[in-house]
Design a protein around this ligand. Structure first.
Ligand code: FES
Length: 174
């Protein structure tokens, strides 16, 4: 009897992002019978790929030009721990999208460190609103997450997060 286990590699590579992405695809995508899922955001420098075999998760590749846009290592570990403990077929679109979104499809969401205590909004949600939702002002974070819409004491921190994330994005695209 063969024991199943997951192996995780974290690699930092300096070089052409598209070449690294292509190498990862070439290494894993060629297996016959595998389904290939892909998400890419060139503005943020994010590429995510997943390979399913008979509806079950087999490989995940998460690439980002900056650490800010990588899912937490705990998320990846939990993804495979669940897949090994309870092998189930991922047929629902929301289950497949959740793999590439780098967050749980269930009610438990990894919000990250809570930044806005009034509205219970975490750092991961804010970064996602910036990278995926395109928010670039505090008012837009308020509109989509309600962050900063009560006492306002978190607004300076929201501004700092926006400034850092947007600076990283402009470095990537510039
Ligand atoms: S802490 Fe964010 S509005 Fe109060």
């Amino acid at each position: 009897m063969t024991e199943s286990h997951a192996v995780r590699y974290e690699v930092a590579i300096q070089g052409d992002f598209d070449a690294v992405k292509q190498t990862a695809q070439n290494l894993l995508k060629t297996h016959e019978g595998y389904e290939w899922l892909e998400y890419q955001d060139k503005t943020s420098g994010v590429f995510r790929g997943a390979w399913l075999y008979r509806g079950q998760l087999k490989y995940v590749v998460m690439l980002a030009k900056t650490r800010t846009f990588l899912p937490s290592s705990e998320y990846i570990a939990n993804l495979f721990a669940s897949a090994l403990q309870e092998p189930s077929q991922l047929h629902e679109p929301f289950e497949r999208i959740a793999i590439l979104a780098g967050k749980s499809a269930g009610p438990v969401v990894d919000k990250g460190k809570i930044i806005c205590t009034c509205m219970n909004v975490g750092l991961n949600q804010i970064l996602e609103a910036i990278s995926v939702g395109g928010a670039c002002r505090v008012e837009e974070l308020g509109a989509c997450l309600k962050a900063g819409t009560q006492c306002g004491s978190c607004i300076p921190e929201l501004k700092n997060i926006l400034k850092t994330a947007l600076a990283e994005t402009s470095e990537i695209s510039g």
